[in-house]
Design a protein around this ligand. Sequence first.
Ligand code: AMP
Ligand code: MN
Ligand code: MN
Length: 336
Amino acid sequence: MEVVDMIEIKKPENGKLEATTEDVVAELRRRAAFVFVSHVKPDGDTLGAGLALGLALRAMGKRVYYFQQDPVPRNLRFLPDSDRVSRSLPADLPKDALWVFCDMSDTSRAGEYLPPLERRNILDIDHHLANSRFGALNYVLETECSTGTCVLHLLRALGAPITPQIATCLLTTIMTDTGGFVHSNTTADVFRVSAELMDLGADKDEITEKIFANKRFAATRLIGAALESARLERDGKYCWSVVDDAMLVKFEADGEDTEEIIQHLRAVEGVDVAALFKAYEGDVRVSLRSNGRVNVQSAAGRLGGGGHFRASGLTFAGSLDDAVAAVRAALVAEGL
Ligand code: AMP
Ligand code: MN
Ligand code: MN
């Protein structure tokens, strides 16, 4: 499918830069068909947020589809309706279907297979810093811990019943984006909302088991190798490592097995910033994590990426060596 960027950043011709909850709810009621879009290398937030809102809209009799470039990761296949997520769309998709992008700062994060879209058919639900406001309606709540909790505000305003399935999807978004209630976005409200979701039937034990345990043996051995070759620089404030194709082949691992590595690098005593360079499948992708002293969203932004103050990422156009040098320079420029 052709990729056309018909979207002029920050200048909605027929929408609002910042949509209110009421604006979004009115639009959700008005439309009959929806396509939920999640970002490449999907996580529990982008998927859980879309699945939750989609389940509620289906219960209201609406047509709901899920579009995602990459397959659903193994550890998220327990999510209700995740088997309906696909890269293809029905031929009879109505022209006025609303495309709901969850958990991304820009349409480019959805990958290369999006059909051309008109802004008037786009709803942007997100909690990232520096979201480009690419929708006719932009529901961007930067202080929310997950896109799923933005969706929860909409479900309440819609008066949609929160079923156990929806509650599980939403608790997944929270547990994914707070690192299991560990990151600094874990406010008292996050605990209150999580307790409420458990009361509504969210299966916390299943989420814990499927997402935070249940790792393949290959992943454990890959983590070992990546940690063994980690480097410490800048007086012990910067810790980084690499996973490349050869390591994936050696341990019969894949990209989904790399997830946990970065948190071990960041957890080293004295480390302000950790970086993991993922040089496989023809790309050099970089994950950055900060303890809060250095803004890694700004650092990633210098190299075309983005994210949050303490967690960000980017895809580097160039060699691994150049990526290592460029990321170090970007971090130093941000005060590392
Ligand atoms: P990750 O390290 O892949 O878990 O990503 C951490 C954060 O950075 C998430 O909030 C992502 O949405 C964001 N992020 C990762 N890669 C990119 C990218 N290429 N462009 C913009 N944001 C990104
Ligand atoms: Mn995400
Ligand atoms: Mn998120």
